[in-house]
Design a protein around this ligand. Structure first.
Ligand SMILES: CCCCC/C=C\C/C=C\C/C=C\C/C=C/CCCC(=O)SCCNC(=O)CCNC(=O)[C@H](O)C(C)(C)COP(=O)(O)OP(=O)(O)OC[C@H]1O[C@@H](n2cnc3c(N)ncnc32)[C@H](O)[C@@H]1OP(=O)(O)O
Length: 219
């Protein structure tokens, strides 16, 4: 029986199901508050200045929430140590993290064939051209996905080069499939590819060069 480095195996040595590479959101604590904050970001953009909502009062309420959080937060240095403890990546990263309100979030899972994949629907906060995803947002999703694909393959590093090809506009409000796969490791040089597809068509493809290097975690 073969066991993938990060996988689960059954009697036949096959991975039973894709392995989550993303922290699961709790429906309580900071995760629930972050989910609400994501809603607020999207709702503000949806409402706009022409909305009949009382925006001055909303700004006051949101500032009161931020003041309350700041008053009860640990020192930045302490929080940095805390967030990098243990596995220490997937709860706070800006693509998948349930503690990070700017993360869409994109859930990623690893497959036995070495690839990773996730599906996400992006709304107005991620808009570039009319009705379409901002190219920089696609770059963010792919940089991270390629990084996690390297982790899944067992050799990871820092992005040295990321080359993107935008084949066709990437739609908002539709399921997007994001994939990544490590292609080769040559000394410290790691090459990784990935795609964002909609309706079975590739919208963006990426090629990354990563260099095996890890910065020390805050302590
Ligand atoms: C629920 C359970 C979950 C379980 C956990 C599961 C999954 C999650 C886990 C992990 C996932 C975590 C994160 C993944 C996501 C992250 C992805 C985001 C990644 C980033 O967001 S990361 C930030 C952006 N990134 C930078 O901030 C890099 C800044 N930069 C540098 O820090 C240096 O620049 C560096 C390190 C790149 C190299 O520096 P260096 O000193 O170590 O190495 P050096 O320069 O000697 O280069 C060695 C050889 O690479 C060649 N080389 C270097 N650079 C090149 C280039 N650009 N083009 C072509 N070749 C290049 C040289 O030419 C030489 O080649 P040669 O050996 O042939 O001469």
């Amino acid at each position: 029986m073969t066991t993938h480095e990060n996988g689960q195996t059954d009697q036949a040595g096959q991975t039973e199901r894709p392995v989550a590479l993303t922290a699961t959101a709790n429906n309580k604590g900071v995760d629930a508050a972050v989910a609400a904050a994501r809603r607020v970001i999207a709702s503000l953009l949806h409402a706009g200045d022409g909305s009949s909502a009382e925006m001055a009062r909303i700004a006051e309420q949101l500032n009161a929430v931020a003041d309350h959080l700041d008053q009860h937060a640990p020192a930045v240095e302490e929080r940095m140590v805390d967030m990098w403890k243990g596995e220490g990546v997937t709860r706070h990263d800006p693509v998948t993290g349930p503690e990070n309100a700017i993360a869409p979030p994109l859930p990623l899972a690893g497959r036995d064939d070495g690839s990773i994949e996730g599906v996400v629907v992006l709304g107005m906060p991620y808009q570039g051209p009319p009705g379409c995803v901002h190219g920089g947002v696609s770059a963010l999703l792919l940089d991270h996905t390629l990084g996690v694909a390297n982790h899944w393959a067992g050799v990871s590093g820092m992005t040295a080069e990321l080359t993107l090809r935008y084949h066709r506009p990437t739609p908002l409000f539709e399921p997007l499939t994001v994939t990544g796969r490590q292609v080769s490791v040559d000394g410290r040089k790691i090459r990784t590819t990935g795609t964002i597809s909609a309706g079975g068509k590739v919208c963006v493809s990426a090629e990354g060069l990563f260099i095996a290097k890890h910065l020390p975690r805050p302590r």
